[in-house]
Every structure is written in structure tokens, then in C-alpha cells.
Design a protein around this ligand. Structure first.
Ligand code: XIL
Length: 379
């Protein structure tokens, strides 16, 4: 009996020691290779990136390696927009969208499709649609074909993108002009029927700003009252280092969550370039002339400004962590500064630095400041 107890004791000690060793080696591994953003924030929200056609094709080896290390969600930057995926009334092009979905599956990622309905990057033929009946048939075919094709494979759809004006009223799109506001209910219902398991989102910029937010909430409430399934709201998050709207972001998270929605930050970036017109948001049709004054960092991003950006990103992520229960995903609009659309919008050919990785895929101070938040939080 006694020797049995001794053996038992030895066995327990061995197990405990092995456990400790495992823990120590995990801690050592963490210290050396802490894992990317997706690992650090794995209990909080998905960390996503918008990816270009080149990145979908894995043509850039550095991007292909960085993607699964840092990100666990992907959004196609352009290839699923109407003009590319449904260029002619009876023609669809699924080559790159298929590769996009397959890439997400290969890495076991949260796959977001963007954007089913948007007035911009729309195929020109859709603008010729004359009346409600014809538009309804066009939308039915568009949604059934595309959402149906990826049924059970895409986790979430940006069903409607940018349907609102800055004052919260509905934007005059070809959909509104032909069908009136009934188009909103129609497209969400079509998407839900085509893939009942997919999450459905409304996505827009500046919907953290008071007037547009009020319009957005009113629109969503109407949809909900009509029995529409809407799972989340996508706040694009094209902000500027000149001033992030932290208070409005916080209010927005709370108010959208109160509607029973998950909040997604879907297109996060932070321009560091001048903007004398005080533009807010991401109205893609804006285009202004350039000048050296408007492009102050053509060769490199000054260290002091990098630190400033790091502080702003840290404060933003602090807010995200505070409301992690309501936030499902934070997606950056691009992987590194060189990829960002902000090098070309709203002024062409500038050098911008809006993301967490530099043009060589090296993490910037902003990357470290964001990661630092979780390290601090650890006991
Ligand atoms: C942008 C892309 O990044 C660019 O490559 C393209 O030329 C224009 O569109 N809001 C959206 C995104 O919902 O789809 C837009 O993406 C940026 C603004």
C-alpha cells in the first residue's frame, strides 16, 4: 500500500513537472516569437486585411507569408465588386473571387465578401436599368448567383455598402432611383435566402459621426421591423492622424450594439498626409490636384510622426479592447503602407503611411504599440 502511494506521488510530481516545463517552454517561445496580431487578439476579435488581386494570387512571397501569420480574416479589396464579378448582364467572372475564397479556406480564415451592392465600381450596364421591375430582376439574379455560389463558404457579406449621405438620408443610387427604399429590404432578404448561414452586414464610412449614425440607426431599425436579418454593422474606419473621433466611435459601438448588432471595423487605416479641405470619410469619387505641400514625406516617414501614429493606434485599440464583447472584427484596408489605396486617394501619386507594416513588411512603431496593450494586460 505504502509503495503504491509512493509510486502515485512520484507519478503526480512527474506530471506536474512536465506541465511546468511545457508552460515554461511556451513562455520562452512566446518571448521569442510572440505570434502575430491574430494570436495576440485571438480572444478579442478577428484581425483582418483587405487583399488585392496580386495577394490573392500569392504572387508576392512576402505578402503571402505575412498574411497567415498576422491575420485571420480577409476581405477582397476589389475583385468581388460588381464591375469585376458581374461585368455584363449575363456574364460573371469568378476566377479571382474563387481563388480568394480558396485562399481563405486554405488558411482557415474568416472570409468576408465585399461588396454585394455599391453604387461605386458598379458595372455601367446597371446604370441603364430603367424601372423597379427590371432592377428587382437584376438584383435577384446578381445575389442568387453570387451569394449562392459561395454558400456555406463565405462567413459574412457586406450586403449594402455606402447607402447613406452625410446627413443620414439615403443616397441617390441607381437602386434607390428605380426601386425606392424598398431595395434595401429586398437585397437583405435575397442574401439571407441565398445563404442562410452567412452573416449579413451594412457597411459605410462616417457612420460613427452623429448625423449619419442617426440615419444609419433609423435605417437598420426599419429593416429589423420588416423582419430583415442583419447581423452586423461595418464602420469603415478611414481616419486621420489629425484627429480620430474616439468619443463618437465609442458611442457608435454602444448604440449599434444596443440594436443587437455586432460591430465590425472593416476598412481601418490612418492617413498621415495633409487634408486642407477637412474631408472626412472615404468618398471615392473625390479627386484633388497634388503639390509638394500635399505630399510632405515622399521618401520616409519621420520618426516623431511614427510615434504620434503609434499613440493614436494604441488609443484606438484600447477602445476596441474595452468594448471587445461587441466587436467581432478589426480589418485593415491593406497589409502594408505601400499597398494602401491612400497613396492614390483623394490625391493621386502621394506617399502615405496609414497601416501597421511599412513598405518592406516590417512592423512599425504603431504595430508594437498595439501589441503592447495585450502584453500589459497579462498578469
Ligand atoms: C477602394 C480600393 O481600395 C481601391 O483600390 C479602389 O480603387 C477604390 O475602392 N470604401 C470601400 C472600399 O468600401 O471598397 C474602397 O476601396 C474604399 C472606400
Amino acid at each position: 500500500m505504502k509503495s503504491f502511494k509512493l509510486i502515485q506521488l512520484l507519478a503526480i510530481t512527474a506530471v506536474l513537472l512536465a506541465g511546468c516545463k511545457e508552460e515554461t517552454s511556451q513562455q520562452e517561445a512566446d518571448a521569442q516569437e510572440p505570434g502575430g496580431l491574430k494570436t495576440i487578439f485571438k480572444d478579442d476579435f478577428y484581425i483582418g486585411a483587405a487583399i488585392s488581386a496580386t495577394q490573392i494570387e500569392e504572387a508576392d512571397a512576402k505578402a503571402a507569408a505575412l498574411l497567415p501569420k498576422e491575420f485571420n480574416s480577409i476581405t477582397p479589396e476589389n475583385v468581388m465588386k460588381w464591375m469585376y464579378i458581374h461585368p455584363g448582364r449575363d456574364s460573371f467572372d469568378f476566377a479571382l473571387p474563387d481563388k480568394f475564397v480558396a485562399l481563405g479556406e486554405k488558411h482557415g480564415m474568416n472570409i468576408i465578401a465585399h461588396a454585394l451592392l455599391w453604387h461605386s465600381q458598379l458595372a455601367p450596364w446597371v446604370e441603364q436599368v430603367k424601372d423597379a421591375k427590371e432592377m428587382e430582376a437584376v438584383l435577384t439574379n446578381h445575389i442568387n448567383t453570387i451569394v449562392g455560389r459561395y454558400k456555406g463558404r463565405v462567413h459574412g457579406w457586406d450586403v449594402v455598402n455606402e447607402a447613406l449621405n452625410e446627413d443620414g438620408t439615403l443616397r441617390e443610387t441607381p437602386f434607390l432611383k428605380t426601386m425606392g427604399e424598398a431595395y434595401l429590404e429586398k437585397v437583405f432578404k435575397l442574401a439571407a435566402a441565398a445563404d442562410p448561414a452567412a452573416e449579413l452586414y451594412y457597411n459605410d464610412y462616417n457612420i460613427e459621426q452623429p448625423a449619419k449614425r442617426a440615419g444609419c440607426i433609423a435605417m437598420i431599425k426599419k429593416l429589423q421591423a420588416a423582419g430583415v436579418k442583419i447581423d452586423g454593422v461595418g464602420i469603415q474606419g478611414h481616419w486621420s492622424i489629425a484627429g480620430l473621433p474616439y468619443e463618437d466611435i465609442e458611442k457608435s459601438i454602444q448604440e449599434y450594439a444596443a440594436l443587437g448588432l455586432k460591430v465590425h471595423f472593416t476598412e481601418l487605416d490612418m492617413t498621415v498626409l495633409p487634408n486642407p479641405w477637412d474631408l472626412k470619410g472615404a468618398e471615392v469619387s473625390q479627386n484633388f490636384p497634388g503639390s509638394p505641400f500635399m505630399n510632405p514625406y515622399p521618401d520616409s516617414f519621420p520618426v516623431a510622426r511614427q510615434e504620434e501614429q503609434a499613440v493614436a493606434y494604441q488609443r484606438l485599440f484600447e477602445l476596441f479592447l474595452k468594448h471587445r464583447d461587441h466587436i467581432e472584427r478589426v480589418t485593415f484596408w491593406g497589409m502594408n503602407d505601400g499597398h494602401s489605396w491612400l497613396n492614390g486617394w483623394p490625391i493621386k501619386d502621394r506617399t502615405n503611411y496609414p497601416l501597421l507594416f511599412d513598405r518592406n513588411f516590417e512592423p512599425k512603431p504603431a504595430y508594437r504599440s498595439v501589441m503592447e496593450l495585450k502584453k500589459k494586460a497579462k498578469p
